[in-house]
Design a protein around this ligand. Structure first.
Ligand SMILES: Nc1nc2c(c(CN[C@H]3C=C[C@H](O)[C@@H]3O)cn2[C@@H]2O[C@H](COP(=O)(O)O)[C@@H](O)[C@H]2O)c(=O)[nH]1
Length: 306
């Protein structure tokens, strides 16, 4: 996504709370000799997959709700992915567009087999309704039709998603400029690509245009690697689990600098080792390292975007 890449670079060039350390990027690239460890999509074995349109519906609903797990220390992305999978296996109509429009908070909890209110539950329910309503209105109720309408272009699919579904418009303002981060829209494309192995609903001729998905795990891994450096106030807030205000300079810098740093890493691997990597592959490697490191402290922002 050119808009994501360009606005992330714009923020990184003016950033004051977060710095991208280019020398550390070079050290990491040299250490791995340009070979990013290959991590299989669904390495956890938690996602629904039947090689057809229901998988697309599942992934779209999954990514509509793929945000903010940390306020409940026992909840993680795995619960969402496997909860929706089990729900679909029990009832193939559970994610039909007309059903999505009617879920209540307690019903969503029941669907996910989660015993207490989910973080920002009212927003999760509202976003489910939005997805159901717009799928029905513009795409015959099926996320598969949304994907078909993009004609195998990742950039077009992201444009369609953000045009039709306001909940996916992951924008921010930074020093008066609009910054595009599009975490959940991009991750949906990556999930299609990974699940369908670049075929069928997962075939995109411009998959290399996707950046990493600026969540709260990847920045923490980049910081641990020494690639992102935080100023002392920000470091202190993160290490003491103080919340970072959504839309604050700190929050936008953390997310944008993460995107920028990985794009720099990708460029350097290409220049030094002649390898053309996808940001998606670097993301999955970094993210999988992050979720396996329980001691990692990450920034905490209440947000529907990630
Ligand atoms: N950058 C990036 N962020 C990702 C994912 C994924 C899952 N991707 C699936 C695709 C294939 C794999 O097999 C994965 O299962 C979730 N997240 C984010 O992490 C956070 C959740 O963390 P915790 O609270 O510890 O569960 C939350 O912001 C969530 O939105 C990713 O791939 N990249």
């Amino acid at each position: 996504m050119e808009a994501v890449r360009a606005s992330a670079a714009w923020v990184a060039s003016r950033s004051s709370h977060v710095t991208v350390d280019l020398q550390e990027i070079e050290k990491v690239v040299d250490k791995i000799q340009g070979n990013v460890p290959k991590v299989e999509w669904d390495f956890e074995g938690i996602h629904y997959f039947d090689n057809g349109p229901l998988t697309v519906q599942y992934l779209f609903v999954l990514d509509a709700l793929n945000f903010c797990f940390w306020p409940d220390k026992d909840l993680s992305y795995d619960h969402l992915a496997s909860g929706l999978k089990l729900a679909l296996e029990k009832d193939k109509t559970a994610l039909d567009a007309n059903r999505l429009q009617n879920y209540t908070g307690p019903e969503l909890r029941q669907l996910l087999n989660w015993p207490r209110p989910l973080p920002i539950e009212e927003e999760r329910v509202r976003l489910l309704h939005e997805v159901g309503l717009e799928l029905e209105r513009s795409f015959g109720g099926e996320a598969a039709n949304l994907v078909k309408a993009a004609g195998n272009s990742a950039a077009t699919l992201i444009e369609l998603i953000t045009r039709h579904f306001p909940g996916f418009r992951d924008h921010s303002l930074y020093k008066g400029h609009q910054v595009f981060l599009y975490k959940r829209a991009q991750i949906f494309v990556a999930d299609l690509w990974g699940a369908f192995k670049g075929q069928n609903y997962g075939e995109f001729h411009d998959i290399n245009s996707i950046t990493i998905f600026a969540d709260y795990i990847v920045p923490a891994v980049l910081r641990e690697l020494g690639i992102l450096k935080y100023g002392s106030n920000l470091s202190c807030s993160i290490d003491s689990n103080r919340e970072i205000v959504p839309g604050s300079e700190e929050e936008v810098e953390i997310r944008a600098c993460s995107i920028y740093a990985v794009e720099k890493m990708r460029d350097l691997i290409s220049k030094k080792f002649g390898k053309q990597l996808l940001s998606i592959d670097i993301d999955l490697w970094l993210w999988s390292c992050g979720v396996q490191n329980m001691a990692l402290s990450h920034h905490r922002t209440l947000s529907i975007y990630y």
